[in-house]
Design a protein around this ligand. Structure first.
Ligand code: PMP
Length: 465
């Protein structure tokens, strides 16, 4: 018999940690620091909870990495994978071949996405989706006889992945500093982050100001050279930055005015996260292309892709000829089978309405109630995403010295008390599974308040307040 991977219980935590640090290079990790501490070994999960190798139960308020929308342990997804692996684990879609799960998923995506979309290009991740976007929009304009339309505009502190094109579209300075990014033809405007950039103005006025930075950039470059604008409806990795309500409609107006393609990166916001199927529906835009990943399979298996609007597809199909692009796993049958089961489950459980009408408003009320906390300078939520901005001085909004890493201090209290919450600088963020019950939202809010209180007393003890 072939030996399968050994069970979690076969080694001690220490043994797993030693093997981990000897062989496994982690994403976005300082390995010298990790080797000193040892990785936390996560061994199993059910519903919204994780367990580590020491038997600690942890409430996963980040849905893994913004992806486990239906929660852990959903039998329908497990069965779909097992069934498909037995029948046809893999076949490609390159040489005039296709497979039933990929076709079904394409059909289903056309049904749940906004009406302008009836076609999809499959990838295995969000980054690959955004790489596809870069090549597709440039190929689109070239097919229309405008090859000089090359420039894609993204935003500072946006996140669009880690590949050369994904990291270039994103506006993370730490990422640009490694590997010679951004690649040519990608530029950035400032983000619509009211708390950081706009507090002298009302949120609504600032939303318009921030959107008009796009117009200024288009005019600076020359509209005839601009191919597309890309943004996340709500910035996720940047810190759950919910733009003012005026922002996206104005972005749409500007894209329309200059005939520039609008790309909505729905890798986090898609599949119910914001209380609509897609974030663009919550924000009121009509994108030409839409990147997705994560929630399409609830993270059970890797899958991503790009929804292509009829306007773009028509040009690509009628004038584009062969698009010289694709991946071994474009339309992977097992991944697609899991995605079909996942989307059917989201529909069956009515999760999008559950977020919009039930737990989303509950999360919003819970976060608003934290605004009385001495450490909290601002709270924001959108559907099942939330942010708490920690500040040194509540009245003036004065931040802590970044060198103190107050967000990391708070995160350590969360981890120590059975709660996964992420820190982006001093902004504490959550994106919990969409299957949460009202009781579980209450349980999470109580944990968050407790961890804020613990952080406050530690800061006072240290004399940092
Ligand atoms: N776009 C957005 C908005 C994301 O949040 C992410 C991942 N967090 C990506 C793209 C990249 O996706 P992946 O990690 O699957 O390549």
């Amino acid at each position: 018999t072939v030996q399968a991977p050994i069970s979690a219980a076969a080694r001690s935590t220490r043994q797993w940690q030693e093997a981990d640090s000897a062989h496994f290079m982690h994403p976005f990790t300082d390995h010298a620091g990790l080797a000193r501490k040892g990785a936390r070994i996560i061994t199993r999960a059910e519903n919204i909870y994780l367990w580590d190798s020491e038997g600690h139960k942890i409430l996963d308020a980040m849905s893994g990495l913004w992806c486990v929308n239906v929660g852990y342990g959903q039998q329908a997804l497990i069965d779909a994978a097992a069934r498909q692996m037995k029948e046809l684990p893999f076949y490609n879609a390159f040489f005039q071949t296709s497979t039933p799960p990929a076709i079904q998923l394409a059909e289903l995506l056309a049904e749940v996405t906004p009406p302008q979309f009836s076609k999809v290009f499959f990838t295995s991740s969000g980054s690959e989706g955004n790489d596809t976007v870069v090549r597709m929009v440039r190929h689109y304009w070239a097919s229309l006889g405008q090859p000089e339309r090359q420039v894609i505009i993204g935003r500072k502190n946006g996140y669009h992945g880690s590949t050369m094109a994904g990291a270039s579209l994103g506006g993370m300075s730490g990422m640009h500093a490694q590997g010679g990014l951004p690649i040519p033809g990608i530029v950035h405007i400032e983000q619509p982050h009211w708390f950081e950039l706009g507090r002298g103005q009302s949120r609504e006025d600032f939303g318009l100001t921030a959107a008009r930075w796009l117009e200024a950039k288009i005019l600076e470059i020359g509209p005839e050279k601009v191919a597309a604008f890309i943004g996340e409806p709500v910035q996720g990795a940047g810190g759950v930055i919910v733009p003012p309500s005026t922002y996206w409609p104005e972005i749409q107006r500007i894209c329309d005015r200059y005939g520039i393609l609008l790309v909505s990166d729905e890798v986090i916001c898609g599949f119910g996260r914001t209380g609509q199927w897609f974030g663009c529906e919550t924000m009121g835009t009509k994108p030409d292309l839409m990147t997705f990943a994560k929630g399409v399979t609830s993270g059970y298996i890797p899958l991503g892709g790009v929804m292509v609007s009829d306007k773009v597809a028509k040009v690509l199909i009628e004038q584009g000829g062969e698009f010289n692009h694709g991946f071994t796993y474009s339309g992977h049958p097992t991944a697609c089978a899991v995605a079909v089961a996942n989307i059917r489950l989201i529909q069956q459980l009515n999760l999008v309405n559950h977020v919009r009408q039930n737990i989303g408003p509950q999360l919003a009320a819970g976060f608003a109630s934290l605004e009385d906390h001495p450490l909290v300078g601002e709270t924001q939520t959108c559907g099942m995403m939330g942010a708490l901005q920690l500040v040194k001085d509540k009245a003036s909004g004065q931040p802590f010295d970044p060198a103190l890493e107050v967000g990391m201090l708070c995160r350590a209290h969360c981890f120590g008390n059975g709660l996964i919450m992420r820190a982006v600088g001093d902004r504490m963020i959550v994106a919990p599974p969409l299957v949460m019950s009202r009781d579980q939202v209450d349980e999470m809010m109580a944990l968050i308040r407790h961890c804020l209180d613990l952080s406050l007393s530690e800061l006072k003890t240290k004399g940092w307040l």
